[in-house]
Design a binder for this molecule. Structure first.
Ligand SMILES: [Zn+2]
Length: 154
C-alpha cells in the first residue's frame, strides 16, 4: 500500500488560505512534483465548488427561537403535558372567576343593602323634623295627647 504524502494534511489549509507565505510556497513547489497531492487538491476544489453552488437558504423570521422551543419540548416531554394542564386550568379559573363576578353583580343588585345611604339618613331625619313641626303646628293636639296615646295603643 502506498504511503500517504506528508503534505496531504496541508492541502486543505492551502485551499482555505490558512498557510503562511513560506508554507504556501512550499506546498506549491511540492504540488509540481506530487501527483497524490494534486489529486487531493482537485477533489477539494470540486467539493468547494459544489458547496458554493448550493442555493443559500434564509430561515424565516423567528425560526431560531421556535426551533429552540421545540428542542426544549423534546428534551422535557412532561413539560408540554404540564403546560397543557396549566393552560386548561387557567381557562377554568378564568371562567369560574367570571361566573363568580357575574353572580356577585346580580346578588348586589337584587339584595337590599344593609347600611342606609347618606341620602336615606337625611330623608329620615327630615321626616322626623317634619313630624315634630306638625306637632308644634297642631299644639291643640297636645291637649288631647293622653286620649291619642290610648287610641294609638288599640
Ligand atoms: Zn504530496
Amino acid at each position: 500500500m502506498e504511503k500517504s504524502c506528508l503534505f496531504l494534511p496541508k492541502i486543505s489549509s492551502y485551499i482555505d488560505n490558512e498557510l503562511s507565505e513560506r508554507e504556501r510556497l512550499e506546498v506549491e513547489t511540492h504540488l509540481d512534483g506530487c501527483r497524490e497531492c494534486r489529486k487531493e487538491l482537485e477533489k477539494m476544489k470540486a467539493v468547494d465548488e459544489l458547496i458554493s453552488a448550493l442555493p443559500e437558504i434564509e430561515p424565516r423570521h423567528g425560526f431560531d427561537s421556535e426551533f429552540a422551543r421545540k428542542l426544549e419540548d423534546l428534551e422535557t416531554p412532561e413539560r408540554t403535558f404540564q403546560a397543557f394542564f396549566k393552560s386548561q386550568w387557567r381557562y377554568a379559573l378564568a371562567s369560574a372567576a367570571a361566573l363568580l363576578i357575574g353572580i356577585g353583580c346580580i346578588l348586589y343588585n337584587y339584595m337590599p343593602s344593609k347600611a342606609p345611604s347618606v341620602y336615606e339618613m337625611q330623608l329620615a331625619a327630615n321626616l322626623e323634623l317634619l313630624q315634630d313641626l306638625e306637632i308644634i303646628e297642631n299644639l291643640d293636639l297636645l291637649e288631647h295627647m293622653d286620649e291619642l296615646q290610648v287610641l294609638g295603643n288599640i
